[in-house]
Ligand binder design. Structure first.
Ligand code: G3H
Ligand code: 13P
Ligand code: ZN
Length: 330
């Protein structure tokens, strides 16, 4: 058993309280490899932002849980070396069982998500409470989820009331004891968040997605005032980067994200944590594709992963400064 405090990590309680008071949100960036983690730390240190390092189940399979934990420990030391001790949370993203959450807690994670959002309500409550009861013994914070994120890939449509039911949140928070709650108000995972036919076109022909359901968010805030809310699926899918991918041999079609203006608005509310993964993947892929096409003789991974890392750092700084408002809040 490793306690996260011995690794120099923090849980999310205090940084969420400050974010709530200050009207900004903490970035929750996913990582699977060294370059992504370096870019996250470089950007957060440069902007003096607290950060949540997210490890998905896919990341655990890809990179190995032990590797990722030691990388996070290294990230704490790296931030110090860069000259700024920012609060760093190591968080399990979309944990789907008690056992996975327990294992991460024992490995030194400071925060876990138990995603019971696909379960019937009472089962979600029971599973989430079980994780909370275990996690709180070690002062590890827990994120639960209510409502299912819409996804074009699984044919879940907004009309099927996949949005979080505001009338459930008070009961869920009370019964489970969770520290934060992920909600569904129109975001979804991946680079294809909306089908083109769900969007309208502006004068320049650019697809404009339907707005997030700020009315549901407001209703939730009314029912659980001051309680930290989490937004998953919050990539904006930068169109200039998608264009680079496609110019250099890629085939990303109908890629549409959440407009940054709406995330800016959300960050000022009770939304304290904003999850961004796909945008980083897109920026990294664009840089790698461009280098490999423009310099076909190149075969040193540092020559394409290096530029990808630089562009990732710039992306994360942009999110921190212009979207989430977490700069200078470390
Ligand atoms: O919420 C999902 C994250 O973007 C992680 O995705 O399971 O492919 O690592 P992944
Ligand atoms: P995106 O796919 O929009 O980046 O969402 C990531 C996420 O929610 C991770 O949990
Ligand atoms: Zn997610």
């Amino acid at each position: 058993m490793v306690n996260y405090k011995d690794l120099g990590l923090v849980n999310s309680r205090e940084i969420f309280a400050k974010a709530m008071q200050g009207g900004y949100a903490i970035p929750a960036f996913n990582f699977n490899n060294m370059e992504q983690l370096q870019a996250i730390i470089q950007a957060c240190v440069a902007q003096k932002s607290p950060v949540i390092l997210q490890v998905s189940q896919g990341a655990r399979k890809y990179a190995n849980q032990t590797m990722l934990r030691y990388m996070a420990q290294g990230a704490v030391e790296y931030a110090k070396e860069l000259g700024c001790e920012i609060p760093i949370v190591l968080h399990l993203d979309h944990g789907d069982s008690f056992e996975i959450c327990k294992s991460c807690i024992e490995y030194g994670f400071s925060s876990v998500m138990i995603d019971g959002s696909h379960l019937p309500y009472e089962e979600n409550v029971a599973l989430t409470k079980k994780v909370v009861d275990y996690a709180h013994q070690y002062d590890v914070t827990v994120e639960g989820e209510l409502g299912v994120l819409a996804g074009v890939e699984d044919e879940v449509s907004a009309e099927n009331s996949t949005y979080t039911k505001a009338e459930d949140v008070e009961d869920f928070v009370k019964k489970t004891g969770v520290d934060s709650l992920a909600i569904s108000i129109g975001t979804s995972h991946g680079a294809n968040k909306f089908r083109p036919e769900q969007c309208t076109r502006n004068e320049e022909g650019i697809l404009i997605p339907p707005p997030l359901r700020f009315d549901i968010l407001a209703e939730i805030e009314k029912r659980i005032p001051g309680f930290p809310i989490v937004l998953h699926g919050s990539s904006s899918v930068p169109q200039d980067q998608v264009a680079i991918i496609n110019k250099f041999g890629g085939a990303m079609k109908d890629a549409i994200g959440i407009p940054e203006e709406q995330l800016r608005q959300a960050a000022k509310s009770a939304v304290c944590k904003v999850n961004i993964d796909s945008d980083g993947r897109i920026v990294m892929t664009a840089a790698v594709r461009q280098v490999l096409v423009e310099k076909p003789a190149e075969f040193d991974p540092r020559k394409y992963l290096g530029p990808a890392r630089d562009n990732l750092k710039a992306l994360y700084e942009h999110k921190i400064i212009n979207v989430l408002g977490s700069a200078q809040k470390a």
